[in-house]
Ligand binder design. Sequence first.
Ligand code: TXE
Length: 489
Amino acid sequence: MTRQFQHVIDGQSIAPDSGEWIDSVNPATGEVWARFARGNASDVAAAVAAAVTACGRPDWRDDSANRSAVLHAIADLLDQGFEQLIEVEVNDNGKRIREVRGQFAGLGGWYRHFAVALADLQVEALSLDQPGVSARLELMPYGVVGAITAWNSPLMIAAWKVAPALAGGNAVIIKPSEMASASTVMFAELLAPVVPKGLINVITGYGHEAGAAIVAADDVRKVTFTGSEIGGSKVAATAAEHVKPATLELGGKSPQIVFADADLENTVNGVLSGIFLSNGQSCVAGSRLIIQEPIRDLFLQRLQERVASLRFGDPLRDDTDIGPIANKPQFDKVLAMLDRAKQAGAKVFAGGHAVKVEGFENGYFIAPTILEAVATDSEIWQQEVFGPVLCVRSFATADEAIRLANDSNYGLAAGVWSGDADFASSVASRIDAGTVYINHYRSVSACAPVGGIKKSGYGRELGPNAIRDFMQEKAVWHGTAPLPNPFQR
Ligand code: TXE
């Protein structure tokens, strides 16, 4: 039976004003399993009105102890209730249940971190360079924040935006992807008993309709976006037109630089998890393997062996290694890029094609793919695939490796693998990316900023400034000496 997911506005489940719905296809079966409300400007206006009221209440805006208590309550409820969100997420985007369970078991932790961190938001005295005055720095919330998220990890991406935004005294309107909205709607409904009405609203629908209406709404004072480069640039343009800041977390083509002295098995594990977890549908996917010539053949052989042993299957089963690609447009996009790469002469070491899985014949499965790009200006080497595709090039010297790594329009993440920690550290300093991992990959922490440079976007999420990024500074001046007559002759 098709399940139905409505908007969540002012703590209530609300049907779409348009009366229209968007089908969601289960990517393992190819069948419609749910439908989402098709949001429009009228739905957005209702959510904005609720959010304005909610974040204007003094017990929210001015009471950090209350905000902390609400965030703790959200964290507790997620710790107790996350299991009930897992299956809808797997049905929606095909992510393996083990990965979804791992992400959801950690959801409460993001909210708990910011429940504690907001205690650091103290009013600061400013030391001025003038006599007769003193001043202090206050932080004030923006008010209503629009949080636009993608289909690959909807609730983790939402947590990175919602938790610090609430900690800073804002209210949020989340617009999940039209490809995978179910878990976000259920998340808001689950939290309704502990979140004051109107602080967390969810409007589902298309980006150009519901998403664009959120960005354009006058009372939405800041936007935070995760998604494609095209979507991000449209959001930024609309935000600029309406004079509001936007933070953009876009794609990547992250390099993994492997030096000949790296620990072989550890590095193989890191490279495999970097590209093939979540089928490569991760913004930090380590999709370019830049490997030193002496170990190239052995390393590729180890990767091929490991990839050959992976089991395709039902993403709801714990023993499945490879589930489907998240949706049909993404499946078609990945296969088209693979076809073009092969036509351009790429040498395929593993995969490179769709896979029929018994019992899931209409599912969107693609074999984990390893290929050697012929040219550094080829599409497959330069463009984000957002799929299970690892491109390989070899190098002789560290300078060459760094040049290859930095020859990209993106700059989100990178990995450096070497047995010499000091050397690896010096290489890391020369990589153009928002995050560089040494002999490690993929970890995220509320304490470390995440974000990109170049076409990977701008602004950061998480890290020590996460709450401040959802607040604005106010300088409050006090005169402490009598003022002279300004027109005294
Ligand atoms: O992204 P979109 P899609 C990349 C990946 C993928 C491609 C397309 O390469 O192949 O993006 O994915 C909303 N105003 N990433 O189509 O369209 C949209 O409704 C306001 C990288 O999903 O950018 C959704 O909620 N909102 C990535 C969100 O933006 C708009 C994660 C993302 O959708 C909008 C996902 C508009 N004009 C895809 N247009 C990552 N960095 O992790 C779209 N949206």
